[in-house]
Design a protein around this ligand. Structure first.
Ligand code: FAD
Length: 236
């Protein structure tokens, strides 16, 4: 899989050591995040809309009502900028200035193509459901023609994209195990001004961990329905 080419607009300028262009990094972020933000320019003004996404191969998919402004604009050929963000921790430094966040994010530019044809749309929606709950699509009441017709699906080719990743430690990208001089480095920790390390305040990485909770059955669940395997094991 070829890396993404650094273009005039995807080359990370601020903290370039955190930029990543390999598809493995970009796709892992896209696949872990459940939502993205899609930015368009409408009547000369920017609009950014949060929405769910999924990836299949080298395409990122979003869907929604045919009446959705965003999907209509994308269908009309609007240029989009899609961002995806994962927040891994708060980085508490010894000065306000050096506080940070451990993050993994992706920025994508491009134009999306509509997914046309019933079979193609059903395949895309199946891929979406399989990403959320593997095996669930086949358990569901099949979609009606009316539901499929009312659902717009757009596929954005993953051609122009970048990732930016903060894992902590000094510039260089890979988190070090020690700083110069042998002092241990904290994974995801702050990078303070040398003179501040003696300052008597707690500093470090405050991890943020997202997880699925206990499934709550619907009050109108049909009798005799066992918890499916994908809910017993949670999302991987
Ligand atoms: C959760 C989160 C919180 C953040 N908080 C702050 C903050 O408070 N202050 C702050 O200054 N910055 C913050 N950042 C970093 C921010 O996303 C930008 O990278 C930074 O502000 C530099 O912006 P720029 O337009 O000058 O970047 P440039 O380096 O000029 O951007 C050039 C190109 O690099 C790529 N790029 C830039 N940023 C990212 C990114 N995050 N992910 C993927 N590709 C990218 C894009 O293709 C962009 O067009 C945060 C990032 C995340 C994910």
């Amino acid at each position: 899989m070829a890396d993404f080419e650094k273009t005039g607009r995807t080359r990370v300028v601020r903290k370039p050591d955190r930029g990543r262009y390999d598809r493995a990094t970009v796709y892992a972020i896209l696949d872990e995040a459940l939502i993205c933000h899609v930015g368009i320019v409408e009547d000369g003004r920017p609009v950014v809309i949060p929405t769910a996404h999924w990836r299949d191969g080298d395409r990122l998919y979003v869907h929604g009502s045919r009446a959705s402004r965003l999907l209509r604009a994308m269908g009309d050929g609007a240029e989009v900028c899609v961002t995806v963000t994962l927040l891994d921790g708060l980085v508490l430094a010894r000065s306000g200035f050096h506080h940070s966040m451990n993050t993994r994010s992706v920025v994508i530019f491009g134009k999306a193509d509509p997914v046309r044809g019933r079979a193609e749309k059903v395949a895309a929606l199946r891929a979406f459901m399989e990403r959320l709950a593997p095996g669930r699509w086949d358990e569901l009441r099949p979609p009606t023609d009316k539901e499929i017709a009312a659902t717009e699906i757009m596929a954005l080719p993953l051609v122009e994209a970048s990732a930016k990743v903060r894992t902590g430690g000094p510039p260089g990208g890979v988190p070090p195990t020690t700083y110069a001089g042998g002092a241990p480095a904290t994974p995801g920790g702050p990078v303070d001004a040398e003179a501040d390390y003696a300052h008597p305040v707690w500093a470090g990485n405050w991890p943020i961990i997202q997880s699925m909770g206990e499934p709550v059955p619907d009050a109108r669940l049909a009798p005799g329905i066992a918890l499916p395997a994908y809910l017993r094991h949670g999302r991987g």
